[in-house]
Structures are given as structure tokens and as C-alpha cells.
Design a binder for this molecule. Structure first.
Ligand code: MV4
Length: 669
């Protein structure tokens, strides 16, 4: 076995590979770009080397830099993970020439699967079922149209060099063919620099079922059953599971045998995935067709690990070191059901664009034998624009699909992420949807149910509003406690504002929270030792206690827990498995902004001046409190908009002021 491996990747897969290597007593070498100098994958490896600037071309795709590091640090092998150099034939060849083992298939196997039409011809010869179609070299438009007619409409035109749905066009009838062909060719040319296409029978809303295969250098090859990856959005997988819902043992055997035949046909070694599509009749007739083969470990490999109890990275390392496969086909069996959800930093409200930012708050579900969280980030880390915005893979196991689904629902409810937008709410809606629960999954599921899956949030629960108000009051008490403790004059009215204590000037608080355009007002009043809260449905008692960043709340006879995370003016409330994003509306924050240039600080609403903290001629620093105003049961602190000198103080404590009153004038210093 290897002494030391270099992991030529980042993020969760680099961490995942390092975990198995460590368990096997193999030392690990990380490589990183400047964006990843403090990344988790660097921290979990034994050594780390800088590659270059953040763009992949200058870092994780720089094969010669990576090989130079491998030689320098004495790594025996390179694990490429997925993406980046994992399916790069030249890199695999360069590794061999440098005397470093590429933990992946032989370069020729990568090359054989690189061209779709060549791959299909190889599979045809190996008797692997193909979608009826034309995948020859002739590209004459008239000939392709004749082939399309033979196949029967609708047909799908695909780029030979394609992948991920690029350069794919449907022609519904003969009249559409010429336009669809021209469009597919243009897209193929611009995406891949190769305008060749193939034509196939078009299956509407097929299932995506893939088979995990493994082969060694001793002529052994097995399949580790299937994964159903049908639930996807624009060719991006969202949920994956194993086994495939409704898969019959004889259909599984037929697909497994076809996948092993495919692997053998190209002299495959290591972990590979043979992708098939299956028509809507699959559950009955078991008809499936070869799509492509991925010559790497896949993102979704954990669901296979969960149902087989195996470690696929360990198998990869053993095979790469020349050992035979650890098990024979007849020793492999499926145990229960596993589901993976990909948690992405992406914004459903902005067309699922990657959401760039810092993970200001990150709580993942507790991991155990049935719940696994694979991630490459920690709280405080950034989701950068340079790489895939996946935050984590949540993988659950159950004795059957309903049990796994229940675990997935529970675990998703435990995720708390603040700082970037995520797809968690969408994942929750999919797994809660009858279409997914029934197991009738296909690649059209999300589109077909988009109305329900993307429906607006239900009305804001009062429990969320009460939690936000409790958290805000708690923050106020703490902040004022801290300010009073450091103040020079402990007896000034400014420091006598702890709402807990009798005699305090602040007996009442009011908050306005905005969720989108909807405003929610909530007022609190201290009566003796309890707080009363005015909720939209009426007044009630509110009690809370805080531990480990979470609130235990008793409100109007209900007891519940909530976590409230403040980030800027946003208050993120996690309650009942749902995240609500509230903006704390502070009328003064904005009134102040307006007045920065004029130097006049105006009352945002009518009220009473509680305290005046400055005199004419005082030098004030930006943010210094000038006046406290009580209005609508809420205290507002008027602060200096910048460094300056107080020119005029127009009111005294106790004065009533009208909206728009000029409270204090400050000259900019
Ligand atoms: C198809 C198809 C229907 N009929 N081929 C999409 C990407 C590429 N890997 C193959 N793809 C498809 N090929 C025929 N003849 C539908 C798709 C397809 C799809 C396949 C697998 C997973 C998700 C998909 C989403 C849309 C379309």
C-alpha cells in the first residue's frame, strides 16, 4: 500500500479522501489555491502545498505543478477526486511518466469514454443496450434527417463531444429537424469546438439510473448496484438514492451485467459509473439504455457506501496499489436504503445563481451511523466565486425507503446556514412532496411540480415573531449591560436603561420586522418579572431562556425552541425546521442616513425626549449617542452620523417632539 498520497482536489471530496487515507495509515498531502489557504482540506491533511491563484486553470487544473509537488514530497500516488483533473487523459498519462500512480482508470479508458459517439459504438459491440439512434461519422444534414425519420420523432440531437445537456436539441417533427440541427451544431461548436452530433430517439422525462462498477488489474470486475439520480434541476443533481425505487432484482442484474460488460469492453480499472436512462415503462419492462460512462468516483458515491457498508475510496486505493478487489459479486448485497441531498449555496430567488459569501452561521445535523454529512467547509469559511458552491452532502440511511426519507426530513430540519442563500427549503419541499415520497421519480419531477415546490412561504408564524422579539430584547439587555459597565457615569440616564430593573426608563420595547414587503410589528412590556407581548392575534405572556445559542420560549401557552442569528440588520429565525429571514426595521438608521449632509438630526416620528447626552460645542465621534427618543413604545437612539461638533441642541429631556422635529444639529468635523 502507498505511504503517502497527494489529493489533487479541494472541498468535501478532498476531506473525504483524506479521512479514508488516514484510517488506512496513509499520509496525505493537500494542494491549495490562494482562496483555500485556510480551507478545511488543508487542515485535515498532513502536509500542504500552494498551487497558485484562485482560478482553477492556475491552481487545481495545473497538472504539471501538482506532479512537481508529488515528486518533491515523495507521494506515491495522486487521488484526483471528481471534477478538475479526474477525467483528464493527459494528466493520467503524465502521472505514469512521472512514476506516480494515478488513482483512477488507465488513460486509454478515459479516452474511450471521452467521445459520446465512439463510446456508443464500443458499447454497441459489447451488447450494452443503446437508445435507438444514429452515432456514425457522417454529418450530412440530409442523411441525418433521413436517420431521424427512421428513428421516429421526437428525436434528440446531441453533441458528440457533449455532456451536461450542452448542445442538446429536441426535434418534435420532421419540420423542426433542420432548425434543431443547426442550433445543436452551433452550441456544440461554441461549447466544445467540435460540431459533430448524434441523433437518438427522445425519451420524455426518463429516469437516470447509474451503476457503480469496480474493476481491478487482475481481471476482476463487479457492480455495486445502482443509484437513482433522477431528481435534478437543469442537469444538476439534487437528490440521489440507492437502491432505485421499484427496481426489480432481474432488472438490477441485467443493468449490472451490462455495466460490467461496458467496463470490461474498455479495459477499465478502479471506480467507474455507467449511466443509463430508463423510460417511464422501466418499472414494468426494465428497458434501459446506455448514456455515458464516468471514469471517476462520483459526488453521490456515499449512497452506495451506505447500502453496501463499504468504503469506495479504500477500494480505489487498494486497486490502485495493485491489490485484487476485496469482494466477489456474490458476496455483495444491499442493506436498506440511502438518500443523499446536495446542499448548495445558491439563490432560488435569483435563478439559482451561486450565492457567494461567508458562512456566518453553520450548524449541520448530528452525524451517526444513519446520518452522514460530507463537507469541506466550517463556520466562518467563504463560498467563493471560483469553485462549485456545494456546502455539504447530507446522506441518510434507513432500513427501507420510508425510514430513510423520515431521517432525511429530520436531518434537513436541523441544518442552519446564515450568510449565503441555500437550496435547503427546496430540498425540504421535494422530500416532503408526495411525488418523491411515492418513489415515482423521473428527470421531470421538479419541473412538473414547480408550482408547489416554489410556492411562496406560508404566513409568518407568530412563534417566529415572538422568538425574534425575545432575541432582540435579549440582545438589547446585553448590549446595554455592557455599555453601562464601561460608562464613566454610571448614574447618567443613558446607563439606566436595563429594561429588567424597576426604575429603568425603558419599560417597553417595540420592534418592526420586515419579511419581504410584509411588516410585522411587535411590542413588549415588562410587568414585574414577566414580559407581555402584543402579537397580531393579541397580548400574551412571553418568557425565554437562552442556552448554546438557542432560545427556549414560552409564549401564550406554547413552549418551543428557536435559534435567532443576527447578521447586519437581518434576523434569521430557525424554528420548526424552517428558516425565516426578517429584517429589523430601525426607522432611525435610515433617517440618520438621510441627514448626514445636512447635519440636522430629525425625529423620525413623534415622541418624547428621554435623555440628551451632549451640549453645544461638544466634539462627538461617529456613532456617539446624542439623544434618546421614545416613540410608539420604542426607544430610539439618535447617533452622530459622523465625527463633528454639536452646533445646536433644540430640546431637553421630557420635551414632546413632533415627527420631523430638528433635534440636534452637528457640524461635520
Ligand atoms: C436523453 C434524454 C432523453 N432521450 N437522451 C441529459 C444529459 C446527458 N447526459 C443525457 N441527457 C439526456 N439524454 C435521450 N435519447 C434525456 C436526457 C436528460 C437527462 C438525462 C439524465 C439525467 C437528467 C436529464 C435531464 C434532462 C434530460
Amino acid at each position: 500500500m502507498f505511504d503517502k498520497i497527494l489529493i489533487a482536489n479541494r472541498g468535501e471530496i478532498a476531506c473525504r479522501v483524506a479521512r479514508t487515507a488516514r484510517r488506512m495509515g496513509i499520509r496525505t498531502v493537500a494542494v491549495y489555491s490562494d482562496a483555500d489557504a485556510d480551507a478545511l482540506h488543508v487542515a485535515v491533511c498532513d502536509e500542504a502545498f500552494r498551487l497558485g491563484p484562485p482560478p482553477p486553470r492556475e491552481s487545481y487544473l495545473d497538472g504539471s505543478a501538482i506532479l512537481a509537488i508529488a515528486r518533491q514530497c515523495g507521494a506515491n500516488a495522486v487521488h484526483p477526486g471528481y471534477g478538475f483533473l479526474s477525467e483528464n487523459e493527459e494528466f493520467a498519462t503524465a502521472c505514469a511518466q512521472a512514476g506516480v500512480v494515478f488513482i483512477g482508470p488507465p488513460p486509454a479508458a478515459i479516452a474511450a469514454m471521452g467521445s459520446k459517439s465512439a463510446a456508443k459504438r464500443i458499447m454497441e459491440a459489447a451488447k450494452v443496450p443503446l437508445v435507438p439512434g444514429y452515432h456514425g461519422d457522417e454529418q450530412d444534414a440530409k442523411l441525418l434527417a433521413r436517420e431521424a425519420a427512421k428513428i421516429g420523432y421526437p428525436v434528440l440531437i446531441k453533441a458528440t463531444a457533449g455532456g451536461g445537456g450542452k448542445g442538446m436539441k429536441v426535434a418534435s417533427a420532421a419540420g423542426d429537424f433542420a432548425a434543431a440541427l443547426a442550433s445543436a451544431k452551433r452550441e456544440a461548436k461554441s461549447s466544445f469546438g467540435d460540431e459533430r452530433v448524434l441523433v437518438e430517439k427522445y425519451l420524455t422525462a426518463p429516469r437516470h439510473i447509474e451503476i457503480q462498477v469496480f474493476a481491478d488489474t487482475h481481471g476482476n470486475a463487479v457492480y455495486l448496484f445502482e443509484r437513482d439520480c433522477s431528481v435534478q434541476r437543469r442537469h444538476q443533481k439534487v437528490l440521489e438514492e440507492a437502491p432505485a425505487p421499484g427496481m426489480k432484482p432481474e432488472h438490477r442484474r441485467a443493468m449490472g451485467d451490462a455495466a460490467v460488460a461496458a467496463a470490461r469492453a474498455i479495459g477499465y480499472v478502479g471506480a467507474g459509473t455507467v449511466e443509463f436512462i430508463a423510460a417511464d415503462t422501466f418499472a414494468r419492462d426494465g428497458a434501459f439504455f446506455f448514456m455515458e460512462m464516468n471514469t471517476r468516483l462520483q459526488v453521490e458515491h456515499p449512497v452506495t457506501e451506505m447500502i453496501t457498508g463499504l468504503d469506495l475510496v479504500e477500494w480505489q486505493l487498494r486497486v490502485a496499489a495493485g491489490e485484487p478487489l476485496p469482494m466477489r459479486q456474490d458476496e455483495l448485497a444491499i442493506d436498506g436504503h440511502a438518500i443523499e441531498a446536495r446542499v448548495y449555496a445558491e439563490d432560488p430567488e435569483r435563478g439559482f445563481l451561486p450565492s457567494i459569501g461567508t458562512l456566518a452561521h453553520l450548524r449541520a445535523p448530528a452525524a451517526d451511523a444513519a446520518v452522514r454529512v460530507d463537507t469541506g467547509v466550517r463556520e466562518g469559511d467563504a463560498i467563493s466565486p471560483y469553485y462549485d458552491p456545494m456546502i455539504a452532502k447530507l446522506v441518510v440511511h434507513g432500513e427501507d425507503r420510508p425510514a430513510a426519507l423520515r431521517r432525511m426530513v429530520e436531518a434537513l430540519a436541523e441544518f442552519e446556514i446564515v450568510g449565503v442563500a441555500t437550496n435547503i427549503a427546496l430540498l425540504q419541499r421535494i422530500v416532503a412532496h408526495e411525488a418523491f415520497a411515492s418513489g415515482r421519480v423521473d428527470t421531470g419531477l421538479i419541473e412538473r411540480h414547480r408550482t408547489e415546490l416554489f410556492a411562496p412561504l406560508p404566513p409568518l408564524p407568530e412563534a417566529v415573531l415572538a422568538a425574534a422579539a425575545a432575541a432582540e430584547t435579549e440582545r438589547l439587555i446585553r448590549r446595554r449591560g455592557a455599555e453601562a459597565a464601561t460608562a464613566s457615569d454610571r448614574h447618567s440616564p443613558w446607563n439606566d436603561v436595563d429594561p429588567w430593573w424597576p426604575g429603568s426608563t425603558a419599560h417597553a420595547l417595540a420592534f418592526r420586522f420586515a419579511e419581504g414587503d410584509a411588516m410585522h410589528d411587535v411590542a413588549l412590556r415588562r410587568e414585574g418579572i414577566v414580559w407581555r407581548i402584543d402579537l397580531p392575534s393579541g397580548p400574551t405572556e412571553l418568557r425565554w431562556s437562552e442556552h448554546e445559542g438557542s432560545l427556549a420560549i414560552a409564549c401564550g401557552g406554547a413552549e418551543y425552541r428557536a435559534t435567532v442569528v443576527a447578521l447586519g440588520e437581518m434576523r434569521h429565525v430557525f424554528h420548526g425546521g424552517t428558516q425565516r429571514r426578517l429584517r429589523l426595521v430601525d426607522p432611525l438608521a435610515h433617517a440618520g442616513d438621510v441627514e448626514v449632509h445636512g447635519g440636522h438630526l430629525i425625529a423620525p416620528m413623534s415622541g418624547t425626549v428621554i435623555a440628551v447626552m451632549v451640549e453645544v460645542g461638544d466634539r462627538v465621534a461617529k456613532g456617539a449617542p446624542l439623544v434618546i427618543l421614545e416613540a410608539m413604545k420604542m426607544e430610539h437612539t439618535i447617533v452622530a452620523p459622523g465625527d463633528g461638533v454639536v452646533r445646536a441642541v433644540n430640546f431637553r429631556a421630557g420635551d414632546r417632539v413632533g415627527e420631523g422635529a430638528d433635534l440636534v444639529d452637528v457640524d461635520e468635523a
